[in-house]
Design a binder for this molecule. Structure first.
Ligand code: GLN
Ligand code: ZN
Length: 757
């Protein structure tokens, strides 16, 4: 029974790859030095996997930026604007595709977007009419050579053609990107023919199979995979699916002439049944170790699944693997010496997951693995019964949640009256999304505090200084609803996680987000509760400085959940409800302290959407319920805001309305207010602040430009229900452009107010 891995973290235990690429971009190190860092990391990581018992190591999963970009380069899918005409794409061109010519007024980067429902971002391939494809990179061949020379059993890994094209976009108007399928497959054939001479297995990733697919596209799988299998021979193709079940496409998949099929049995254990009767020669790869989380596998449960497959197909036709690439989990738990030893004992990072694969395969074959299996059972038994995790009070509160707790006292129309009275805001009120520029001084102060170099008093004083500065600036600008500026927050989820029970933090649990960017998600390990108020004092201080309303600023339960590593011993919705109750307590405390406007940000609501539409309702049901639970302990006169920052609202607008926030501020300026269509068509009932200022760029929008956007918005949403604000928080901006832009924003609102009179 072979063990294999679908992919491994690239970045390195000390984020060596991040450092090397960023140094290369700054011109501090040479291309050769960067290449050498890559080589060292690959060899080190292959060795790590093999030593821990992985039989087939993935090759080609390594990337200097992103594996979809690598695939585009391998196929010669270089957009024309990069002016590339040579044979093999060079490194400067590669990075220009990823990042554009930042600041040189040159070409723009290719678009980047989220990889399925993960927090990893890939570069979106571009297709245009008349495009030609050639083998245009030697990367995967070189790396296979490198692995073989070093004595590893190499299994090349590439995104499959359906995933590559399916995730790409057509840039020629009226052009159907699928017209290129044949040409793209022809290049794949060439690539596979070369690799097939050197390796026993070649893995093609087709995670698009976990989604709903157009029947026309689905029909093309078989002929394409016939060509690919032939080209790859004598190597066998391993078709890898993950992030969800693929049993809805079982009929198509069963007919593919592949040598192996990988299933994600963490996300969709039930799908195993549908594939137990594959043709006898096909290897079934069982993804039983969670590639996207930090917990130890439950070996007994995994062995049960493996046993089922072995019984049906025989041990030599079964492979054991992580559910998906380990790219999405941190690298090595051995570094986490600061964690509570008891919690640490429940965890496994990428390196430890490799060991788990080995132990599972040994155990399933009745080979000696008794001790590690025992240890695993002990860890799980301890976890299941641990008092660290289980808080009866939290359980009781969740059980006692009633529907009424998710409802405001009166419907919006009535609340709006009371709020208008109470707040006395002008027409088209102006506000911002929460954060103000995080200056080097602010960052330094937080860091010094974290390191214990400055005490609590000094820290608070410094923060008060930043708050006061931001309040003065907002008053000077003439904004109507102020914020305190979020200087004390390094991250909108970590800040709350650090104050909640049930959370812990790794020292080095980095996961790649895009390119050289990594995130270190906090870990929810137990029942979540809020021991004491988290934001009240900062807001109180801000309020003490001004007569204008200051918004309380919170992160919503779905976003806190989405951007953390979550428990795998209870459903996400259960965890989300616990977080919702904690946020609810904070909302109640803010109101009791006299705060009249409270914003609960939910920028991650949309990215949590399940891959298949049929699962959307269930998710949105509990997601919206949790938001409402957190937002509803307040009186009618207290105004609840929410904020989201993405432009595609069309398909979830009804759910956004169901959140019943009094006001929602949303990203709109980049899409030229396109989203308003959705709000107009659906007749969104509450108040909206479509962003009129794109904060992603240092450019200062003019008064007239923003006034025009406001006028456009008024055509769809009545002025009485319209707010004026930027697209998102301003923490990545600098003060000068922020002041200028906000001055213009306030002027734009005044201009349009004048026109309305
Ligand atoms: N209140 C947060 C801020 O202003 C919102 C950030 C976000 O939407 N991602 O930074
Ligand atoms: Zn935002």
């Amino acid at each position: 029974m072979l063990t294999h891995n679908l992919g491994f973290p690239r970045i390195g235990i000390d984020r060596e790859l991040k450092r090397a690429t960023e140094s290369f971009w700054k011109g501090e190190i040479s291309e050769a030095a960067l290449a050498e860092t890559g080589r060292e990391l690959r060899l080190r990581h292959w060795d790590m996997q093999r030593r821990r018992g992985v039989d087939l190591v993935p090759v080609g999963d390594f990337s200097l930026y992103d594996h979809m970009l690598d695939m585009a380069v391998l196929l010669g899918a270089v957009p024309e604007r990069y002016g590339w005409s040579g044979r093999y794409v060079d490194l400067p061109t590669y990075f220009r595709m990823a990042r554009g010519d930042a600041g040189h007024g040159g070409v723009t980067a290719m678009e980047m977007t989220k990889w399925f429902d993960t927090n990893y971002h890939y570069i979106v391939p571009e297709f245009h009419r008349g495009q030609k494809f050639y083998v245009s990179s030697t990367k995967v061949f070189d790396e296979v050579r490198e692995a073989l020379d070093a004595g590893f059993k190499a299994k090349p890994v590439l995104p499959g053609p359906f995933t590559f094209i399916g995730l790409g976009k057509s840039v020629s108007t009226g052009f159907d990107k699928w017209e290129h399928l044949d040409a793209v497959v022809a290049v794949y054939e060439e690539i596979l023919a070369l690799l097939g001479q050197q390796c026993r297995w070649i893995q093609l990733d087709e995670p698009v199979l976990a989604q709903d697919l157009d029947p026309e596209i689905l029909r093309r799988f078989r002929p394409v995979y016939e060509r690919l299998s032939q080209a790859a021979a004598p190597a066998g193709l391993l078709l890898a699916t993950y992030f969800g079940g693929v049993d809805h496409h079982a009929e198509t998949i069963r007919e593919l002439p592949v040598a192996g099929l990988h299933l994600d049995l963490v996300r969709a254990p039930e799908q195993l049944e549908a594939f137990l009767d594959l043709p006898e020669t096909v290897h079934l790869s069982l993804g039983v170790v969670d590639g996207r989380n930090v917990w130890k596998v439950d070996m007994d449960r995994a062995l049960e699944r493996i046993g089922k497959a072995v019984e049906k197909r025989g041990a030599d036709r079964v492979m054991v693997a992580p559910s998906c690439s380990l790219l999405h989990s941190p690298l090595d738990l051995d570094r986490e010496t600061g964690l509570d030893g008891r919690i640490r004992n429940w965890m496994a990072f990428a390196a430890q997951k490799c060991t788990e694969l080995h132990v599972l395969s040994m155990s399933a074959q009745g080979l000696n693995a008794v001790e590690p299996l025992k240890q695993n059972r002990r860890a799980w038994r301890d976890r299941r019964s641990s008092a660290l995790i289980h808080d009866p009070l939290v359980r009781q509160r969740v059980d006692d949640v009633t529907e009424a707790m998710g409802r405001r006292e009166s419907p919006y129309a009535q609340r709006a009256w009371v709020q208008r009275e109470h707040l006395g805001l002008p027409l088209l009120p102006t506000t911002t999304i929460g954060s103000f520029p995080q200056t080097p001084e602010i960052r330094r102060t937080r860091l010094e505090h974290k390191r214990g170099e400055i005490g609590a008093r000094e820290y608070t004083e410094a923060m008060h200084g930043f708050i006061e500065d931001s309040v003065r600036r907002q008053e000077e600008l003439g904004l109507d609803v102020l914020v305190h500026g979020e200087a004390e927050r390094n991250d909108m989820v970590e800040y709350f996680g650090q104050q909640l029970d049930g959370y812990c933090f790794t020292a080095n649990g980095w996961v790649q987000s895009y390119g050289s960017r990594c995130v270190k998600p906090p870990v929810i390990f137990g029942d979540v509760s809020r021991p004491e108020p988290m934001t009240v004092e900062w807001i109180r201080y801000a309020r003490s400085l001004t007569d204008r309303p200051v918004k309380g600023m919170l992160t919503g339960p779905v976003t806190i959940l989405q951007w953390s590593f979550v428990r795998d011993d209870q459903p996400c919705e259960e965890t989300c409800r616990q977080i919702a109750l904690a946020v609810r307590d904070e909302v109640a405390d803010l109101e009791a302290d006299g705060v009249s406007i409270i914003q609960i940000d939910e920028p991650a609501l949309r990215e949590g959407l399940p891959l298949r539409r049929k699962d959307w309702n269930a998710y949105l049901n509990w997601g919206v319920e949790c938001f409402r639970l957190s937002a509803s302990p307040v009186r009618d006169e207290t105004q609840i805001h929410t904020h989201m920052c993405y432009a595609e609202f069309n398909d979830i607008i009804e759910w956004i309305a169901a959140m019943d926030a009094d006001v929602i501020s949303i990203e709109a300026s980049r899409s030229n207010m396109e989203l308003l269509e959705a709000f107009g068509r659906f007749d969104y009932p509450n108040e909206v602040g479509p962003g009129v200022y794109d904060i992603h760029s240092p450019r200062v929008p003019s008064t007239e430009e923003m006034a025009e956007l406001i006028r456009r918005a008024i055509r769809v949403v009545p002025a009485e229900r319209l707010w004026v604000n930027p697209d998102c928080g301003l923490k990545t901006r600098a003060w000068p452009e922020t002041m200028e832009s906000l001055a213009n924003l306030v002027a734009a609102a005044r201009t349009v107010r004048g026109e309305l009179k």
